[in-house]
Design a protein around this ligand. Structure first.
Ligand code: PGA
Ligand code: ZN
Length: 424
């Protein structure tokens, strides 16, 4: 059983504080987990508890969340078997007592929740992906590598937050990683040759100023060409528009004009006709349910429409999205909902409803690699965890390389099968 739980305040990749939790079991097992943090957060996410003490980290300290773990949560959980994940998470939800985890903090609860899973896996002598996913967990995800950053993750004028490459034509995960890194480096030389900035955004992608959003995809196409790979069949494109960020006064403030949902949808239809795009995330704002339904009717049979801010990994919001056919895919962020159990519930509901899922990091990350194991455990077939550069991003890809080797001949790379709707 659990013999101790303690938390500490550490730094994330943006230099902001976050929480790390360590768990000790009576059998001597020790495990820890660290919690990520978003910048373009959805309004319906669980509450990330911050101290608000302006004397420390500009108010962003997490000492109250640390104290909630060290004094309140530990009291309730001593003696539980670490394998009783669902029970443990429920104890914390009950102790918090709010729908959005605002009393204890979703950061405090999630840190414990993930550390419990890691401790249970360790104690069972199993790698985390196998402990969580069982003996048939063997699908390696397509790494959706965000190589050009805009929106809230960059200082540039680019509206779309993430331009990702999807190495769908690779035959293994390690080949996909190599292709991704090669395109990333080719993109750097393309930008350099054009006199564009090679400075980076929060997720490790380049962040140049550009005349249009479309021109970002042209640059990526040029970079792919330089590597000798084929744009479309080897490397496809995925976008995270993060449209909630530029929705104001009832309109989408996009490329210098105020646009309606229907105009945005027409823009995406043309984009999908012109480029090999397999997936668009948050094409519209988190409240624009009718707009999402119309967009999914127009584009849902051609590409994946992913709800991030729309669903916030919340089974109740996902249920509405399924009923209203507002998307056909869900982004999975453990800290949006704040516990492993609820994350697994959301993924199960998505898969049962023929929604695909994409495992995801946050723009503020740590060296924690839990999401890599989680992607394989649930068989997502897709993960986005930033550029193939910067250690907090690469840690997840590196963990997946290790998992692929561990699985040996049993490993299967999802490739283009992760995007059944995509027709070239
Ligand atoms: P965030 O961005 O972590 O800053 O919310 C990631 C995303 O929007 O997918
Ligand atoms: Zn997003």
């Amino acid at each position: 059983g659990i013999s101790n739980i303690s938390a500490r305040e550490i730094l994330d990749s943006r230099g902001n504080p976050t929480i790390e939790v360590e768990i000790l079991l009576e059998d001597g097992t020790q495990a820890s987990a660290a919690v990520p943090s978003g910048a373009s957060t959805g309004a319906f996410e669980a509450v990330e508890l911050r101290d608000g003490d302006a004397e420390r980290y500009g108010g962003k300290g997490v000492l109250n969340a640390v104290e909630n773990v060290d004094e309140k949560i530990v009291e309730e959980l001593l003696g539980y078997e670490a394998s009783e994940q669902r029970l443990i998470d429920q104890v914390m939800l009950d102790l918090d007592g709010t729908p959005n985890k605002s009393v204890l903090g979703a950061n405090a609860i999630l840190g414990v929740s993930l550390a419990v899973a890691r401790a249970a896996a360790e104690s069972a002598g199993l790698p985390l992906y196998r402990y969580l996913g069982g003996p048939n967990a063997h699908l390696l995800p397509v790494p959706m590598m965000n190589i050009l950053n805009g929106g809230a993750h960059a200082d540039s004028n680019v509206d779309v937050q993430e331009f990702m490459i999807a190495p769908i034509g690779a035959s293994t995960f390690s080949e996909a990683v190599r292709w991704g890194a090669e395109v990333y480096h080719a993109l750097k030389s393309v930008l350099k040759a054009k006199g564009l900035s090679t400075g980076l955004g929060d997720e490790g992608g380049f962040a140049p100023d550009l005349p249009t959003n479309r021109s970002a995809i042209d640059l990526i196409a040029e970079a792919v060409g330089k590597t000798g790979l084929t744009f479309g069949t080897d490397i496809a494109v995925a976008l995270d528009v993060a449209a909630t960020e530029f929705y104001s006064d009832g309109a989408y403030q996009f490329e210098g004009a105020a646009k309606t949902a229907a105009e945005m949808t027409a823009y995406y239809e043309q984009l999908v006709a012109d480029y090999p795009i397999v997936s668009i995330e948050d094409p519209l704002s988190e409240d624009d349910w009718a707009g999402w339904t119309a967009l999914t009717a127009a584009l849902g049979d051609k590409i994946q429409i992913v709800g991030d801010d729309l669903f916030v990994t919340n089974p109740e919001r996902l249920r509405r999205g399924i009923d209203e056919k507002a998307a056909n895919s869900m982004l999975v962020k453990v800290n949006q909902i704040g516990s492993l159990t609820e994350t697994l519930d959301a993924v199960e509901l998505a898969h049962r409803s023929a929604f695909s899922t994409m495992m995801s990091h946050r723009s503020g990350e740590t060296e924690d690699t839990t999401i890599a194991d989680l992607a394989v455990a649930v068989g997502s077939g897709q993960i986005k965890t930033g550029a193939p550069a910067r250690s907090e991003r690469v840690a997840k890809y590196n963990r997946l390389l290790w998992i692929e080797r561990d699985l040996d001949d049993a490993a299967r790379y999802a490739g283009a099968t992760a995007f059944p709707r995509f027709k070239k």
